[in-house]
Write a protein that binds this ligand. Structure first.
Ligand SMILES: CC(C)(COP(=O)(O)OP(=O)(O)OC[C@H]1O[C@@H](n2cnc3c(N)ncnc32)[C@H](O)[C@@H]1OP(=O)(O)O)[C@@H](O)C(=O)NCCC(=O)NCCS
Length: 215
């Protein structure tokens, strides 16, 4: 059996999701397989269109292409910026398409994880016990989320970033590559934690913090 899926975004993040789907298919030779119909994007650059071609994949057209894809095509939002992902997800939700979670076979998620639709876990991502995610949470390569954390909707945890136990992260937050968030902290909606930061106190909504300690 195969399930159709379209990826939103011809950029790097979207094409990385193509690779995750390929790895999932390889790891489950007897289970249902994803058939990537192609990529949709409102403004793909020429260079990204060529990169899509090199994957032997198709560019299907602008995002509105999905309107015609109802009801059988699944959709995943391949956009790394959590705020842009939120905007596009809201638009795509109106089309009523199913939104799966994509977990690379080399990711490790605790069985008691509770997650909304659209979770993407890259290779090496790890989530331990009693964690809850909202919708469209993306954990990039080797990102970790520890015990008892709650991450709301549309959050990106970039490569090698570590969210310690008991943290609460609100919607639209980006946690930059290799950043560390110490235990028990609250990160307000639409905040950005810079790459390499060490967050040692709560982060107010819609602010950017960076450095060690993060300010
Ligand atoms: C923190 C961040 C959001 C700041 O972005 P920005 O507002 O566009 O910042 P700018 O590039 O204009 O830099 C502003 C200043 O902050 C410094 N700076 C930028 N990022 C920094 C970081 N992560 N840590 C410490 N300082 C940083 C710059 O050197 C610059 O300093 P200066 O004014 O003394 O020259 C961004 O640099 C960042 O770290 N984003 C996360 C990126 C990431 O995770 N990428 C991986 C994708 S998979």
């Amino acid at each position: 059996m195969s399930l159709d899926i379209a990826i939103v975004g011809c950029g790097g993040h979207g094409r990385e999701l193509f690779e995750i789907i390929r790895a999932i298919n390889e790891a489950t030779p007897t289970g249902p397989r994803w058939r990537v119909m192609g990529f949709v994007d409102d403004r793909p650059s020429e260079v990204n269109l060529k990169r899509v071609q090199r994957l032997d994949a198709s560019y299907l057209g602008p995002i509105d292409w999905l309107r015609e894809a109802w009801p059988s095509t699944h959709v995943v939002i391949g956009l790394g910026d959590p705020r842009i992902r939120r905007t596009v997800a809201q638009r795509v939700e109106a089309y009523g398409l199913p939104v799966p979670s994509l977990v690379h076979p080399a990711a490790t998620l605790a069985p008691d994880l509770v997650s909304g639709e659209g979770l993407v876990a890259f290779a090496g991502a790890r989530v331990t016990t009693n964690v809850a995610f909202g919708r469209h949470v993306h954990l990039n390569q080797n990102a970790t989320v520890a015990h008892d954390c709650v991450l709301a909707d549309h959050i990106s945890v970039n490569p090698l970033a570590a969210v310690s136990g008991d943290c609460r992260v609100e919607s639209g937050v980006l946690i930059g590559t290799t950043a560390a968030v110490l235990q028990g902290l609250h990160i307000g909606a639409d905040a950005t934690v810079g790459a390499g930061a060490c967050v040692v106190r709560d982060v107010p909504a819609a602010t950017v913090v960076k450095g060690v300690p993060a300010k």
